[in-house]
Unconditional design. Structure first.
Length: 154
């Protein structure tokens, strides 16, 4: 009987030891395959011509909507993209665009930049916006980029 109890105790201890060793092996850090990070090409920005005038104002006809006006382009650019950010009740919000075709144009006006969130045709305005930050990226016919950034008080 003593021999039988001894064997049972040894078997239980053996199972416990194997379990602990198994957990240790499973928790070892796994070797990861090397990751390759693609380098983003550096885009040299050209200065924006001083003839270009940019304005951001509140819409007079639509609540919580901004008007972006750009004049003096002199047909030198083929596209413009914008990023507009603002704070509403302590939360930074924003609006971005894909590149917009402006080839051959001297001016550009976007009069429907809504400061709010829309879902399923229900829009909720972001209240209390007093200042916006605008970043414009222009692309010339030769593919060169230029950038404009400015803060506007509303």
């Amino acid at each position: 009987m003593k021999k039988k109890n001894f064997l049972i105790v040894c078997a239980v201890i053996g199972v416990i030891v194997v379990g602990i060793v198994g957990l240790k092996v499973l928790s070892w850090p796994k070797k990861q395959a090397p990751t390759f990070v693609e380098e983003t090409p550096v885009v040299e920005l050209e200065p924006l011509a001083t003839s270009v005038v940019v304005a951001v104002t509140k819409s007079k006809t639509k609540d919580n909507t901004l008007v972006l006006s750009i004049f003096g382009l002199q047909s030198k650019h083929t596209a413009v993209a914008y990023e507009l950010s603002y704070d509403s009740q302590g939360i930074t919000q924003g609006v971005t665009s894909k590149p917009i075709d402006i080839a051959g144009k001297d001016s550009f006006v976007r009069d429907d930049i809504y400061m709010g969130t829309c879902s399923k045709n229900i829009c909720r305005p972001h209240p209390g916006v007093e200042k916006v930050s605008l970043v414009l990226e222009f692309t010339s016919a030769s593919g060169k980029k230029s950038q404009f950034s400015k803060d506007f008080d509303l």
